[in-house]
Structures are given as C-alpha cells and as structure tokens.
Ligand binder design. Structure first.
Ligand code: PLP
Length: 460
C-alpha cells in the first residue's frame, strides 16, 4: 500500500526535493509550491486544498480538449497494453506514429508532407534548426548556419532555442552567446519590405541578412502569433514580406506553431491566417492536448527529398521520437478535434471572446489593446490608455501580476506578461472545448476583477 501523506507533508517534500522549471527557486524552496493540482474536469481543475479554478490559459496553452478526457485516457491505455514503447531508431516504426503522420500532413498547408517526431517544443525547434543547416549543407551551402528569430518570440529552453527566444532573461540564462543565432527587432513590415529609413532597419530580418550575407543564413523562425512573449499577432503583410525575403535569399522559413497548431487559433495552423506556406512547421502542446509529451517538425517535400538522398545514419533523434503511446493519444486527440469540429468552434468562440473584450473596453478605462485569433487572446492594462501611460509597478508587483492573483481568488486562472516595467499583458486561452456559457463566465470574472483592480491601482 502506498504511504499516505498529508498536504503539508507533500508541500515540504516538494520544497526539499524538487527544483521547479520556470519558477523562483528562493520563493518555492521557502514557501513550497503555490498549488498542487489534483483533479481536472472540462475547463476546470481543482487543487489539493479543494479550490476549483477555470483553466483560463489551458495550463501552458496545451490542454486544448480540457481536462479529464476519457477517450484520450482510453487511447493511451489501449496502446500501452498493446505495445507501450518501441523506438523509431535504426529505421523502425510503429503504426500510431505512421497514422498520426498521415493526419498531421493532411492538415498541414502546401507541400509539407512528412513528420519528424520529438518529445516537445524545444526539441522540435532545435531539430528544425539542425535540419535547416543540414539541408543547406546537402545543397552545397556549407556556411548557411545562422538562424534569425524575433524579439518577443519564444522558442524553448535548450541552449539553441533559448538563444533564439527574444526575451532578455531567457537569452541571458544560458550564459553563452551563439555566433549563429540572432534576434531581430519585432514585426517590422516596412523594414522587411525594404524601407531603409526605418529606425530598426539594421536589426530587421532584412537588415540582418544583408549584414551577415545570405550565404551565411540558414533560416528564420517565427511564431505567426507570438504566445509567451505576450500574444502579439503578426501585422498584415508581415509574414508575406518575410516569406518573399526568405525566397529571394535562399533562407528557410520555420513557423513555430507549438501554441498555434491544431485548432487553437480557429484554423489548423496559425500560418493559415495568412497566404504563405512555410518550409517547416514545428508543433507540440496541442497535438496531444497535453495528455502525453509529443512534438515534431513538419517538413516540405523539398527538404525531405533532399535529406532522403543522404546515405548514412543521421546522428539526430530522441529516445521518444515517435513514441507509440504519445502518437496514439495524438491521433485520438486530432480525431476528436475533427469529429467535434473544434477548430471551427474555436473560431466562433474567439469572436465571442473579442466581443466580450470590446464590452470590457467600453466599461473599464484601463482595459486596452485587446486582441484574439480564435481562442488565443490577450488584453493590456494602462493607467491612461489614450496617452499610452502605463501602470508602474508598486512594491515590486505589477498590476498584471496582481490581476492574476485577484482573478484566481474569483475562480479564474490566467497568465500575466510583465517582462518590463510598464508591460502589463494578460493572456486568455481557455480549452477550445469551452462552451458559450463557460466563456461568458470567464468574461464575468474578468469584469469583476477589473472593477476591483482598477479602483485599487488608480488610487495608488
Ligand atoms: N515554442 C513555443 C511557441 C512555445 O510556446 C513553447 C513553450 O511554451 C516552446 C516552443 C517550447 O516548448 P517545450 O516547453 O515543449 O519545450
């Protein structure tokens, strides 16, 4: 019989024995974990103290089908009892991996017709960087190694993907600079289209390609809608301009769809909102709705065919590449999304969310810059929105952080982005299964929280 532990014992054990990812060590090792999750059902989860919350950002933007989905659990059970694990190394395969690849390429745009599997988003982007360099090497371009990403892009935490991540703290953490990874200024349509008078021209993607020479640049990586940098949507014409720039300079275009993929934005992929086909798409999170770790890279025919000419082992691949149970869960997840028409549902709920945001903007003077693409949404808080005067932090706390605390007291967990003083972005990205009534509940809690927060912070 497993030993019974009290909640306090578990907290103490956690404090002493676990180093938490993306958490403040001093805080967690002193106070223990803030919540120990214990149960989830639909859009809600409960912690071990018995508090129930609406999961307003689908945990880490991944639990797209919501919690407690028994069909996904059954798919995992069925595969585990059939054959839990079998590797894809040495040219081997398994049926769920093959069937999932069929489903994924069926959804992918253009000639993106093959899949390389990984266990998550960072590994997917890392793999895409390697494939880009390897592709150019096979084409005879030995020096095409540079990867260009954007400020506020988030691409993971391995050494290379962390350097590609355009958030200062992440780039600095690895303590190493990488001569092959550059971070360009954010979304500059004019500069990417060749406007040299733009103040950020030199640090635009175009400027960086010019500076380093196209013979040295392998790929550009962009999230069509940036997630962890604060939900920034590529402006009209931007992705098309970058794609043209890439084509003109023999540079590959990687679309990081780790958050945007598989229905969240109301289309199969974020890039489908624009008229472009990337050379590679990277995915993770929503492919299994977070029920099993899985990720991958979708490759264009040109890249796959070129790599297929290589007649030695490629020294790249993860133990869990093509994990059969992960793939069986992914397959069932995508089947449910299709069967229940959840991509169209996310688009419809996204329109409702934006209407709700518009109403909140009318009612609350601090609410501004709201944006949604399907169920990937955000808004900002400003002291004086007409004049773009931000809220300054108060006693080391941002208004956005306070909003999250106050929202959670009212039963809604969302996420804040306050990387810089004065940046107060709040993201809303609930499971794509959310009903109209549940979404209205989210909006009501946002409304109540805004009333409280506005009164408190405008008086400070
Ligand atoms: N790319 C994007 C757009 C992400 O949002 C994330 C994670 O949040 C990653 C990559 C990294 O994925 P993982 O945490 O699975 O390594």
């Amino acid at each position: 019989m497993a030993k019974e532990y009290s909640l306090q014992q578990l907290k103490n054990m956690d404090k002493d024995m676990i180093l938490h990812p993306q958490s403040t060590p001093k805080e967690v090792s002193t106070n223990g974990p803030s919540m120990i999750f214990s149960k989830g059902e639909g859009i809600r989860f409960t912690d071990m103290e018995g508090n129930t919350y609406i999961d307003g950002v689908s945990m880490l933007w991944n639990v797209n089908l919501g919690h407690g989905n028994k069909e996904l659990a059954q798919a995992s059970y069925d595969q585990m009892t059939e054959m839990a694990y079998g590797s894809q190394f040495y040219g081997n395969s398994n049926e769920p991996a093959i069937r999932l690849a069929e489903k994924i390429v069926d959804k992918a745009p253009g000639d993106l017709n093959s899949v390389f599997y990984t266990s998550g988003g960072s590994e997917s982007n890392d793999s895409a960087f390697k494939f880009a360099r390897f592709y150019w090497q096979l084409k005879g371009y030995e020096n095409k190694k540079i990867i260009i990403s954007l400020k506020w892009g988030y691409h993971g935490v391995t050494i290379s993907t962390q350097r590609a991540t355009g958030i200062k703290e992440f780039r600095a953490f690895s303590g190493s600079s990488d001569p092959y990874i550059y971070n360009a200024a954010p979304h500059l349509t004019a500069a990417e289209q060749g406007d040299r008078s733009h103040p950020d021209y030199e640090n635009s993607i175009r400027g960086l390609i010019e500076k380093h020479g196209s013979n040295n640049v392998a790929a550009v990586i962009i999230e069509p809608i940036q997630g962890a940098g604060g939900v920034h949507i590529a402006p009209d014409g931007y992705l098309e301009a970058v794609k043209t720039l890439c084509e003109d300079n023999k540079v590959l275009f990687i679309s990081d769809e780790v958050i945007c993929g598989f229905g969240r934005t109301g289309k199969h992929f974020g890039v489908n909102h624009w008229d472009i086909v990337p050379d590679m798409i990277t995915f993770a999170k929503g492919v299994t709705s977070g029920y099993f770790p899985l990720g991958g890279v979708i490759l264009s025919d040109e890249i796959k065919k070129t790599i297929d000419t290589y007649d030695q082992d490629i020294p790249h691949g993860f133990t869990y590449s093509g994990h059969p149970t992960a793939c069986a869960v992914g397959l069932k997840n995508l089947e449910i999304i299709d069967r229940d028409d959840l991509t169209a549902h996310a688009a419809e709920m996204g329109v409702r969310l934006q209407q709700g945001f518009d109403n909140l903007e009318k009612k609350h003077s601090t609410f501004t810059h709201s944006r949604t693409v399907g169920l990937l949404g955000a808004f900002e808080l400003m002291r004086d929105r007409q004049n773009e005067v931000p809220f300054k932090n108060h006693e080391n706390e941002s208004i956005a952080g306070d909003f999250v605390n106050e929202g959670s007291k009212r039963g809604l967990l969302i996420r804040s982005f306050d990387y810089e003083e004065g940046m107060n972005i709040l993201a809303v990205a609930p499971p794509i299964t959310i009903t109209k009534e549940e979404l209205d509940e989210v909006l009501t809690i946002l409304d109540d929280t805004l009333s409280f927060i506005e009164e408190k912070w405008l008086a400070l």
